[in-house]
Design a protein around this ligand. Structure first.
Ligand code: SF4
Length: 109
């Protein structure tokens, strides 16, 4: 079972506890289908707009054993209210610099 660290939108914390992320990661479904069932070893927020804290937080989860980093669907897809993060591309590109060979999922469900 692979270890995954999930980064979520801080703006979404008031309206979503992340239940679907835990379900699909554990079941190895949707974004996790090619990886299989995963254990969540970290579930952090981006730290608030414009999401710069997502970079050191991704690194921290890798240092603590994450083999995959996932950006929760609240970021790229705007779940659950259809309001996607305007900083998604910058954040993803910056996170990629620290994830390097570690797989980065851009959505979860
Ligand atoms: S930077 Fe994006 S993901 Fe982070 S709180 Fe702002 S809108 Fe949400």
């Amino acid at each position: 079972m692979k270890k995954v660290g999930i980064i979520r939108c801080q703006q979404t914390e008031d309206m979503c506890p992340g239940t679907a992320d835990f379900k699909v990661a554990k079941a190895g479904k949707l974004a996790f289908e090619t990886i299989g069932p995963c254990e969540i070893v970290g579930f952090v927020s981006c730290g608030g707009c414009p999401g710069k804290k997502a970079v050191p937080r991704a690194k921290m989860m890798i240092d603590r054993g994450a083999e995959v980093i996932a950006m929760a669907s609240c970021i790229a897809k705007g779940n659950p209210i259809g309001y996607a993060c305007p900083h998604f591309e910058n954040m993803r590109n910056a996170i990629k610099k620290v994830t390097k060979d570690i797989e980065l999922l851009e959505w979860t469900h």
